[in-house]
Design a protein around this ligand. Structure first.
Ligand code: SAM
Length: 236
């Protein structure tokens, strides 16, 4: 393209977003960052290995996952302090959004190191923007806790929030969530944004009770972003 691309900056942690399904969603900058960095810190080296292979990139990897995030953060920091360029990627989407990353970013910032986002796919943005619900104000919850009491309390506490609520949910708990919404916000419009960017992408909208029926009847599986109409939108 004739663009004069500057080289990556030494001692920088790059947060590289990767596709949430459709491999065409990788950005040119993500590819270049993965190609030119010294090491890729991956949530799962096997999965990231497949991604790199798909794009013809071979690069040393270190595993970086939730259960050893503290120890791995230190290692990553040491590499950055030695001048290395580190690309952090998770299994899908944007690092740090319901995914590891937060801890090492904070540690790097505290140490005065440079951190840059290489933005790209993120399920919450993809789902919210195409849902038809208001996007001007929203609250991202991520995954609710597993325990019923805690889930309920969190949903109750957000019931009066004016904007759209955005949740991530595993396919195994979507029915549970819809049952809870049936009790807590029965009259709201809810949108299930399913399998975003993939072959069976779809948006199913309705009240919690209507969606519960659909999910049961169709045995809906896959990955979900769940969007719940806000309090004021309901009043209107
Ligand atoms: N960091 C990721 C991001 O930027 O979206 C999210 C990672 S989180 C561990 C995984 C959850 O994100 C899934 O359980 C689902 O709720 C949501 N998600 C990821 N990919 C999705 C997709 N293609 N369609 C719908 N939801 C998706």
């Amino acid at each position: 393209m004739g663009m004069d691309l500057p080289p990556l900056t030494p001692s920088t942690l790059y947060l590289v977003a990767t596709p949430i399904g459709n491999l065409e969603d990788i950005t040119l900058r993500a590819l270049r960052t993965l190609r030119e960095c010294d090491v890729v810190a991956a949530e799962d080296t096997r999965r990231t290995g497949q991604l790199l292979k798909h794009f013809g990139i071979s690069k040393p990897m270190v595993s970086y996952f939730q259960f050893n995030e503290a120890k791995r953060s230190e290692e990553i920091l040491e590499r950055l302090q030695r001048g290395e360029k580190v690309a952090l990627v998770t299994d899908a989407g944007s690092p740090g959004i319901s995914d590891p990353g937060e801890r090492v970013v904070r540690a790097a910032r505290v140490a005065g190191l440079r951190v840059e986002s290489v933005p790209g796919p993120c399920a919450l943005v993809a789902g919210l923007t195409a849902s038809g619900l208001p996007t001007d104000e929203f609250h991202f919850i991520g995954f609710l806790p597993h325990k019923s009491g805690q889930r309920r309390r969190q949903l109750e506490a957000l019931k009066q929030f004016a904007g759209t609520l955005v949740l991530y949910e595993s396919p195994y708990r979507v029915e549970k969530l819809l049952t809870e919404l049936t009790e807590i916000v029965p009259d709201r419009q809810v949108v299930l944004a399913r399998e975003l960017t993939k072959k069976f992408e779809e948006y199913v909208a309705g009240t919690p009770a209507q969606l519960l029926e659909v999910v049961k009847k169709r045995h809906l599986k896959g990955e979900f972003v769940v969007l719940v109409q806000g309090f004021t939108a309901e009043a209107a």
